[in-house]
Structure formats: structure tokens, C-alpha cells
Design a protein around this ligand. Structure first.
Ligand SMILES: [Zn+2]
Length: 276
């Protein structure tokens, strides 16, 4: 669990940014940018392992925060959306949407926004909940008509546990780019191994007449040096020409040794001569 104990003001800022609807997109779900705000993205088919690790770690943390103290996932299923949408640039974009306010949050009487004020014209009069801009209108009318009113009270709807956790994650990522070091390095290592195997198979294809046993021996001999390639490129990438060069050297050394062993071996009959 990421714990930053953000104050109300910081959470409100994050909420505002998360609920800001992009102007150039269509949305497949009415909840997006109305009750649920976008907090994190991942270009799924890209190679960015850090983005992948942060996204999946955050998704876990946010869902756990929503379900904290429960045995079912009813709350996280409702409050957290792991959205996926086609994107013209990156192919497929995953986005975590989180319900910002609790279900009982009151909306503005005059529009659909979450209310920010409770106002009342006279003592014991009916209380109305208004958003910031409709409260301005109300102020203006009250003054224009010289009506008596009680001082407006700020209304503060409760944030969901999921959104608080999301806000903490967003803030944590501003300070340090990796949410979970061990998750990230595990993914990086896995990616490296798979890239290396692919590059190695390609290097071995050059020497199709080597026997299977020879190929295995040469790979074994190259193993340590190939391992040193880890961490040289971002996202577990491997330079194929470097792998090919290491394999070629290991192969040359292997056959040189084999040849030497043959040259130094006693020639058949020789021992018999010595013994005679
Ligand atoms: Zn309003």
C-alpha cells in the first residue's frame, strides 16, 4: 500500500484533472469522466516495461484499497475500471478509471456536477446543494433581490478509498518513477531472457551443421558472457549482433579446443610401438 495521506486540497486537484474529459475521443462507458476519472495509462503493445509494471501494480493496489476489509470484490468491480481502447497512435491504450466520489455524493440541483455548496435563503428554509458556478448565480440573485440568506456552507463529498489510493499513487509517481522495484526488475529480467533466447537461436542458425550436442556445449560456454548483456539496454532489449559475436567466439574456442585434443591424442598404433 502506498501511503501519502494527501490533504483534501491535493485530492481535489487530482480529481479535477482525472475527470477532465478529453475533447477528441468517444467513450464506450457513460461512467467515464462523469463519475470515474482516468488516473493511469499503459500503451499495452509498446515495449515500455516500466509503464507496464506501474500500471499493473497500481491496478492491484487500487482494487485492494477498494476491497479493504471485505471478502468479495463488489466495491472494486464498481469503483475501478480497467479500460482498453483502440488508439490511433499506440494501437491499444489501457486506462485505469476510478470512481472519484462515494455513491451518496450529492449533485448540484441545477446541473449534474458534484455539489460544492449548501445554501439556504432564510432561516429554516430549504437547503439546496449547488456546484461552484451555480452558487455564483445564486449569490448574484440573492443580492439583486435583496433576499435574506444564511451563510453558505461548503459541501465536501467523501472520496472513495479507491480514489484516495489512486491519488497517492499518482503523487508517488511524481516523486519517483517506479511503484514496485521488484515487480519491475522481474519483468525486465523475464523480457531479457526471452529476447536473449530469440537472439541466440538466430545466431545458431548460422551453423546448421553443428550437432545438437555441440550447439548445446557452445551455448553453455557462451552463457556467462551472454548474461553480462543484461541491463545494457532499456526494457530488457538485447543487441542481436552482440549475441552473434559472443556465440561465434565461443564456437571458435570450442572447435579450437576440440582440434587440439585430437592433435595431442595418441595416434592408434603409437602406444603399441612404444610398448614394444
Ligand atoms: Zn451546477
Amino acid at each position: 500500500m502506498i501511503s501519502y495521506a494527501l490533504d483534501r486540497e491535493s485530492l481535489e486537484e487530482i480529481a479535477e484533472a482525472a475527470l477532465e474529459r478529453p475533447s477528441d475521443a468517444m467513450f464506450y462507458d457513460d461512467r467515464l469522466f462523469t463519475t470515474h476519472g482516468a488516473v493511469l495509462h499503459w500503451a499495452e503493445r509498446g515495449d515500455n516495461l516500466l509503464e507496464e509494471s506501474n500500471y499493473l501494480t497500481a491496478l492491484d493496489l487500487i482494487r485492494s484499497a477498494a476491497d479493504d476489509g471485505r471478502t468479495d470484490t463488489e466495491v472494486s468491480d464498481a469503483h475501478v475500471i480497467d479500460g482498453s481502447a483502440g488508439h490511433w497512435l499506440v494501437g491499444s491504450l489501457r486506462t485505469i478509471y476510478v470512481q472519484v466520489y462515494e455513491d451518496d455524493a450529492i449533485r448540484c440541483r441545477d446541473c449534474d456536477e458534484i455539489a460544492a455548496w449548501a445554501v439556504s435563503r432564510k432561516k429554516h428554509g430549504r437547503r439546496r446543494f449547488l456546484c461552484d458556478s451555480h452558487k455564483d448565480t445564486w449569490d448574484w440573485e440573492t443580492e439583486r433581490h435583496g433576499l435574506r440568506a444564511l451563510p453558505p456552507i461548503e459541501y465536501r463529498p467523501r472520496f472513495t478509498a479507491a480514489f484516495k489510493q489512486a491519488g497517492e499513487i499518482v503523487t508517488a509517481l511524481e516523486g519517483y518513477p517506479i511503484l514496485d522495484e521488484s515487480d519491475y526488475s522481474e519483468r525486465e529480467h523475464e523480457r531479457f531472457e526471452s529476447n536473449l533466447n530469440e537472439a541466440l537461436s538466430d545466431a545458431q542458425r548460422e551453423y546448421e551443421y553443428d550437432s545438437e550436442a555441440q550447439t548445446a556445449d557452445i551455448a553453455e560456454r557462451a552463457h556467462e558472457e551472454l548474461g553480462e548483456l543484461y541491463g545494457q539496454h532499456a526494457d530488457g532489449a538485447v543487441a542481436w549482433d552482440a549475441v552473434a559475436a559472443i556465440y561465434r567466439d565461443a564456437r571458435n574456442a570450442y572447435f579450437a579446443e576440440l582440434a587440439n585434443a585430437h592433435l595431442n591424442a595418441p595416434i592408434a598404433g603409437q602406444l603399441a610401438l612404444i610398448a614394444a
